[in-house]
Design a protein around this ligand. Structure first.
Ligand SMILES: C[S@@+](CC[C@H](N)C(=O)[O-])C[C@H]1O[C@@H](n2cnc3c(N)ncnc32)[C@H](O)[C@@H]1O
Length: 195
């Protein structure tokens, strides 16, 4: 069962409280460009795009890039700032093999019921050596995040999140080799080429 249904009530709450502004996203642009080269004609998939904050930003930042977005929840799709959005899930993507130059997952990885199945499917739709970029907190990786310093009881929430090594293990093909995480609260990008 999904962690959160993202039905119409959840979608309204997400849109009101968690839809990220362009200002909030700006700090991530350089971090993403460290792994994805947004040349005209390249294609990026925003997987589990929610209300479309990232897909919208990608389209604004890189006008020549083809941005596609997938989201399973009809309520989130209906409220999205980005259109069109394709219905789908990480383990069943409605795209041909080798369709994308990069895949972006922002705060989605902890919702995936079968990481290995998702990894296989993501690898299928990626071109060789294209990056998978995951924005998330991970169990056991809360030390540098001020939220957990000020509200230590929130660390319990991370029990529901995979650890980096669990993500790597699920990708037994080492789809997501371990990257270096900075010690501050800044952008963190875990990225690696498919094997
Ligand atoms: C916390 S929201 C993040 C939305 C967006 N990526 C963002 O950062 O604003 C998590 C999203 O993951 C989606 N999701 C849940 N299960 C999924 C799955 N199996 N495959 C793809 N997306 C999924 C949810 O519907 C929801 O929109």
């Amino acid at each position: 069962m999904a962690l959160i249904a993202y039905d119409s009530v959840d979608a309204a709450v997400f849109q009101a409280d968690r839809h990220l502004s362009d200002d909030a996203l700006g700090g991530w642009r350089d971090a993403i460009c460290g792994h994805f080269d947004p040349r005209p004609g390249t294609r990026i998939l925003d997987l589990g795009c929610g209300t479309g904050s990232w897909a919208q930003a990608f389209r604004m930042w890189w006008p020549g890039v083809d941005v596609l977005a997938v989201e399973p929840s009809p309520a989130m799709r209906d409220r999205a700032a980005f259109q069109p959005i394709v219905p789908g899930t990480a383990d069943n993507l409605p795209f041909p093999d080798a369709s994308f130059d990069g895949v972006w997952l922002s705060t989605v990885i902890h919702h995936l019921p079968d990481l290995a199945a998702a990894a296989r499917e993501i690898r299928r739709v990626l071109k060789p050596d294209a990056p998978v970029m995951i924005r998330s907190v991970f169990r056991g990786r809360h030390d540098g995040i001020s939220l957990f310093h000020w509200f230590p009881e929130a660390i319990g929430v991370l029990d529901r999140y995979p650890s980096v090594s669990e993500v790597e293990e699920a990708e037994s093909v080492q789809l997501l080799p371990s990257g270096r995480f900075p010690d501050d609260d800044g952008p963190r990008v875990q990225v690696g080429p498919p094997a």
